[in-house]
Structure formats: structure tokens, C-alpha cells
Design a protein around this ligand. Structure first.
Ligand code: BES
Ligand code: MN
Ligand code: ZN
Length: 497
């Protein structure tokens, strides 16, 4: 979808459709303009009870008298005093979805003119663009009959109207940010949605290399031999049951001051998680193709910051492999030696995410990071605790946790701070190694974080468990691109933007 920033009269916009908001008891300014030009048509519709302005309601009108545009789409905004980011973003989505079913190819939206609690024009435009592109997303890369036929196309052009010319610059900045975040989200969704026989460790590594060439940042891919030399016995232990070789991807976006310590993002890249010898049950096992969504979010965030040309130092680390059962696979009871030297008794080969992440966390030390954030579809227990709304956030530093919470709030990509008290650590005790890789059923997502914390003692660290937020199941099955918006907001805030 192509965007442009404009200003002007809603009744005179030359377009397939004008999109205007209607509150529960009042018209927005643009809706009033249409109303006046059309001798009160919208007021009549509202009075007749055909449109109540309730959140997300939409009504498509054709050939409204004295209006240049062929169509007018009314979008419900709810109560005017209550309109905040979330409802605003939902209204934008509803408008895009409604038009996807129509014949309109281009549209002019006046939703960015509506006052939203505490939001600047820049932020409104960024949110609008993100929401519109998110709602317009389709994954049909591997369907023979692509759904881009005439019947189901959606918008190709969207003009975003702001109140006056003096807001154009601010709106353009919002547009650039919104587009960059949406590009990262879209990449993360695509990578998650690709089947595991396509999106394997080699594919992820190729994506990183291609992106590095496109945006001129450094990318290195370490192969098995290099990982053996580094002593990444824990990561290699997970990968050894697979015919597909493991990769360790290192991306370096060094666009900040030389002296600035980097933020390191570490993404779990299990391109398929069968559970290994501790085999998972068959039902819904296909969804374990999404077990690389942490990696996808790191690649997506790199796309976003590269697009924005963010002047900051950011390192991305992705340990990626498959977790497969095999004659050579790690057994329950095996002891692995991690890169840190700590030994791990593998009591369950299905707790593999922490085994690949721990070596990446040790590797991260060499960058003397200002903060390390790992992102992982780590535990089913996190889905039980928080459902599909919030990402689980764990940290060894409360200030860092607060920064991430705030970023998530502002990006409509929320996390929830979970405890990681020492009380939980003994659940990882092992009789045969420095630690076990599981801590029993109780507090499963917390003990997983406790495990990782032992490899993150040398720096400020946070862990995002995205098991419940990275994809949707059921009829709408698909990657969500989370937590790219959160990570982008976090980095933008750190860069002072
Ligand atoms: N990738 C899974 C976590 C997962 C499960 C994410 C379901 C989303 C939905 C992870 O590798 C795993 O299998 N974790 C185990 C840990 C257990 C063995 C301690 C789990 O959550 O069951
Ligand atoms: Mn697993
Ligand atoms: Zn897993």
C-alpha cells in the first residue's frame, strides 16, 4: 500500500472512498463537513438508528450527494472522551477491512484528524499506518492461486489527511516511522508463516545476509565447526538430532557513536520443535514451526531500524536449529557443557529453547552490551499465565524492565512484568550437573527465565517470553509480528526519538 500525506476538505477529496469517524453522540469534524455538504445525510442516518458510532462499526455509503468521492465510509469511534490509542488503532483496522471487501482501490482517510488522548499528529499517523498495513497483510507467497485476484484485493493507495499544511512535516515523520515498523512486522509474520521445510536455519541465515547487503550492515554466520571451537555444547546438543545444520547468525547495526555500548537482541530460532526424544503430542504440532518467532522478531526489528536509519549500535544474535528425534539426538539424562562452562542435565529435550539461548547469552558478553534482550517462544506455561494478550517480561534490572513495559504500552504491544525471585532457583537443582534444564510444572515460565538468568549475570538483561503473543491459532492462524513494535519503540526511546 502506498501512502501520502494531504490536507483539505473531505467533501472535495477526489478518491474512491473517504473514511470519516463518527463518535457515539457526535460527528467528527470531517464527518460534519460531509454532513453539511450532503444536506444532513449522515445526521439522518445516525437519527434513523442505522449507525450508532459504536467502536468498530462501519457503514459504506455510495454516491453521497455533493461529495466528490464515489464512496463514504463511516467508522465508529465510540465515546469521544474515551478515544485512546487502542480504540483508534482498532477503528483504522476496521476501516481497512471494510474496504478490502469493496471495489475501492484508493482512499482518503480523515481518521488522523480525530483527537486521540495525548497523541501528537506524528504518533497518530504512525499508528494509523502500522494498523492499516497490519490489517492489509496477506500471506499467499506459497499458494498456487494467489488471493490477489480482482475480487479480493484491498487498497493500493491511502491518502492520510491532516488538519493543516503546518502538520505535514510531523505527519511525514510519523509516516516514515509507521512504514518502517510495519515492514519489520510484516517480515516477522512472513518468516513465522513460512513452512518449516522452507524456513529452516539456512533460510534464516540467508535472509540475514541478504538484508545486511541491502542495508549495509555486517552479518556473519557461524557454522557447526565454529560453534564447536567456541564450545557451544548446549546449542549443539539441541541441533544434533537434525539433518539440517545449525547456524549462529550475528548481525551488527553499528550506526551510533563508536563509544556507545550496543543493545544486543537475542532471538530463539528453533525452526521446528518436535520436542526431540521427549516427543511432543501430535495435536497442533504444526504450530511448532512458529518456534523461530523470536528470531523472526530480531530480523524484523533489524529491518525496522535499518529502514529508519536509527543512529544507534544494535547487535542481533540468532542461534537457529531444529529440535528433532533421531539416533543421534540428545537423550533425557545427557549432560551438556555450555559455552560458559556450566554443565546442564537435560531432563527433558523439549526444554530446548533455553539450551540454545544460554550459549548465545554467553556469546553476547564480548560486545560489552548496555543491555541484552532475548526474545523466545519459550514456555507453554507463559500462555497459561498470560494468555495471548501480554508477553511475559523477566529481568535482572528493574529500570530496564520499566523501559520495556513502557515501550510495549506505547506501541500497543504489551508485556507484563513477572517475578524472578531467587526462591525459584532451587527448582533447577540437579544431582549430576550444575543445573537441570527443567524446574518442574510449577511456575514453568519463571524457572525457564531463572535458567537463562544464570548466563546473563555480567550485564543488564531482560527476557521476553512470546509463546502466547507471537502467533494466533485457529481460524486466523498466523504470525502476529510481535514483539517488533515493542522492540522498535524501546530502541527509538533509547535513541531519544
Ligand atoms: N517451544 C516450546 C514452548 C511453547 C509451547 C510455545 C507451546 C508455544 C506453545 C518450548 O520449547 C517447550 O516445549 N517448552 C516446554 C518446556 C517444558 C518441557 C519444561 C513446555 O512449555 O511444555
Ligand atoms: Mn520445546
Ligand atoms: Zn521450543
Amino acid at each position: 500500500m502506498e501512502f501520502s500525506i494531504k490536507h483539505g476538505n473531505a467533501a472535495k477529496a477526489h478518491t474512491d472512498c473517504v473514511i470519516v469517524g463518527v463518535f457515539e453522540s457526535q460527528l467528527s469534524a470531517a464527518a460534519q463537513v460531509i454532513d453539511e455538504a450532503s444536506a444532513g445525510l449522515i445526521s439522518k442516518i445516525v437519527k434513523s438508528g442505522d449507525f450508532d458510532g459504536k467502536p468498530d462499526a462501519t457503514l459504506l455509503l455510495h454516491r453521497v450527494p455533493n461529495i466528490e468521492s464515489e464512496r463514504v465510509l463511516l467508522v465508529g469511534l465510540g465515546k469521544s472522551a474515551e478515544l485512546a490509542e487502542k480504540q483508534y488503532s482498532k477503528a483504522v483496522r476496521a476501516s481497512i477491512k471494510a474496504l478490502a471487501k469493496s471495489g475501492a482501490k484508493n482512499a482518503s482517510t480523515f481518521l488522523a484528524e480525530v483527537p486521540v488522548k495525548k497523541l501528537s499528529t506524528q504518533r497518530k499517523v504512525a499508528l494509523l499506518v502500522e494498523a492499516a498495513l497490519d490489517a492489509n497483510y496477506q500471506f499467499d507467497a506459497i499458494k498456487r492461486k494467489k488471493e490477489t485476484t480482482k475480487a479480493k484485493k484491498g487498497l493500493s493507495k491511502l491518502a492520510v489527511f491532516v488538519e493543516s499544511a503546518s502538520l505535514t512535516k510531523e505527519a511525514e515523520e510519523g509516516l516514515a516511522i509507521g512504514k518502517a515498523v510495519a515492514a519489520g512486522v510484516s517480515l516477522a509474520k512472513d518468516l513465522g508463516n513460512l513452512p518449516p521445510n522452507v524456513c529452516n536455519p539456512t533460510y534464516l541465515a540467508d535472509q540475514a545476509v541478504t538484508m545486511g547487503k541491502q542495508y549495509a550492515f555486517k552479518v556473519e554466520v557461524l557454522e557447526r565447526e565454529a560453534l564447536e571451537i567456541l564450545g557451544m555444547g548446549s546449542f549443539l546438543g539441541v541441533s544434533q538430532g537434525s539433518e539440517t545444520p545449525p547456524k549462529f547468525i550475528i548481525m551488527q547495526h553499528l550506526k551510533g557513536d563508536k563509544a556507545q555500548k550496543p543493545v544486543v537482541l537475542v532471538g530463539k530460532g528453533i525452526t521446528f520443535d518436535t520436542g526431540g526424544i521427549s516427543l511432543k503430542p501430535g495435536a497442533e504440532m504444526d504450530e511448532m514451526k512458529y518456534d523461530m518467532c523470536g528470531a523472526a522478531s530480531v530480523l524484523g526489528t533489524f529491518k525496522t531500524i535499518a529502514e529508519m536509519g536509527l543512529n544507534m549500535n544494535v547487535i542481533g544474535l540468532i542461534p537457529t536449529c531444529e529440535n528433532m528425534p533421531d539416533g543421534r539426538a540428545t537423550r533425557p539424562g545427557d549432560v551438556l557443557t555450555s559455552m560458559s562452562g556450566l554443565t546442564i542435565e537435560v531432563l527433558n529435550t523439549d526444554a530446548e529453547g533455553r539450551l540454545i539461548l544460554c550459549d548465545a547469552l554467553t556469546y553476547a558478553e564480548r560486545f560489552e552490551p548496555s543491555a541484552v534482550i532475548d526474545i523466545a517462544t519459550l514456555t507453554g506455561a507463559c500462555v497459561i499465565a498470560l494468555g495471548h494478550h501480554a508477553t511475559g517480561l523477566f529481568s535482572n534490572n528493574d529500570a530496564l524492565a520499566k523501559e520495556l513495559l513502557k515501550a510495549g504500552e506505547s506501541a500497543l504491544d504489551r508485556a507484563w512484568h513477572m517475578p524472578m525471585w531467587d526462591d525459584y532457583q532451587p527448582q533447577l537443582d540437579s544431582n549430576f550437573a550444575d543445573m537441570a534444564n527443567i524446574g518442574g510444572r510449577a511456575a514453568g515460565s519463571i524457572t525457564a527465565a531463572c535458567f537463562l538468568s544464570r548466563f546473563a549475570e555480567k550485564y543488564d538483561w531482560a527476557h521476553l517470553d512470546i509463546a502466547g503473543t507471537a502467533w494466533k491459532s485457529g481460524k486466523e492462524k498466523g504470525g502476529t509480528g510481535r514483539p517488533v513494535p515493542l522492540l522498535a519503540a524501546f530502541l527509538l526511546a533509547r535513541a531519544g526519538k
